[in-house]
Design a protein around this ligand. Structure first.
Ligand SMILES: NC(=O)c1ccc[n+]([C@@H]2O[C@H](COP(=O)([O-])OP(=O)(O)OC[C@H]3O[C@@H](n4cnc5c(N)ncnc54)[C@H](OP(=O)(O)O)[C@@H]3O)[C@@H](O)[C@H]2O)c1
Length: 194
């Protein structure tokens, strides 16, 4: 797949590396001129191409949002129509927010299919991905399937959790947040919630 990773900080390059290792084509973007992240890209995700966010998204089949939540409003929603968008962002503190990040992302990125995942895994725990369970929440079944296949290609073990609203169970404060949980722990937790 053609993947655009928005964010070249802690999370973005790790996800870019995992995607490259799985054979995907990866563009990575920061907030500005791609020249600013060329060195980071070369060292941390060799094989990925540094592009502007707009160019990276335009060509992508799957877009990963790995930027700080407070920077999200700067993104042009028009770029994302028709795209599958993975929201890996967190807002802090969650108690102040009536909706999860991904529900807010979906409201703003009209026409995009948003899937929440990966936000609950610390970047230093993302590699190796093999066997690591990740929750997956979304309202569009085809997009959830596409993201699940992408995650599986990198080694993650995706556990569907239901709608985007159910994705709040992946946010800070959840027992699943920041924990190296296995599939059965996710499934046990989900049963307890239902
Ligand atoms: N750190 C973790 O372990 C972890 C784990 C899971 C999820 N998350 C979530 O993932 C997100 C990123 O976390 P992080 O730790 O990687 O942050 P970070 O190290 O601060 O990196 C943020 C990156 O986002 C880029 N960025 C900001 N605005 C952008 C825009 N409009 N378009 C494209 N790129 C933009 C920044 O580029 P510039 O330098 O150009 O501003 C920078 O490369 C956060 O929402 C965080 O809650 C973090």
């Amino acid at each position: 797949m053609k993947i655009a990773v928005l964010g070249a900080g802690h999370v973005g390059p790790v996800l870019a590396r995992l995607a490259l290792a799985a054979g995907h084509e990866v563009a990575i973007a920061g907030s500005g001129d791609p020249a600013r992240i060329e060195m980071i890209t070369e060292f941390l995700a060799p094989g990925a191409v540094a592009r502007t966010a707009a160019d990276a998204v335009a060509d992508a089949e799957l877009v990963v949002l790995a930027i700080p939540w407070h920077r999200f409003p700067a993104l042009d929603p028009g770029l994302f129509a028709g795209k599958v968008v993975v929201d890996a962002m967190n807002h802090w503190p969650p108690a102040d927010a009536p909706l999860g990040t991904s529900e807010q992302v979906a409201r703003r990125l009209v026409g995009a299919d948003v899937v929440k995942t990966l936000n609950h895994v610390a970047y230093q725990d993302m590699e190796p991905a093999a066997g690591r369970a990740v929750g997956l929440a979304g309202d569009a079944p085809a997009a959830v399937k596409a993201v699940a296949e992408f995650l599986e290609s990198t080694g993650f073990d995706p556990v569907p959790m239901g709608s985007l609203a159910a994705g709040r169970l992946l946010e800070p404060g959840s027992p699943l947040f920041g924990v190296a949980a296995r599939r059965y722990e996710f499934e046990t937790f989900l049963k307890e919630q239902s």
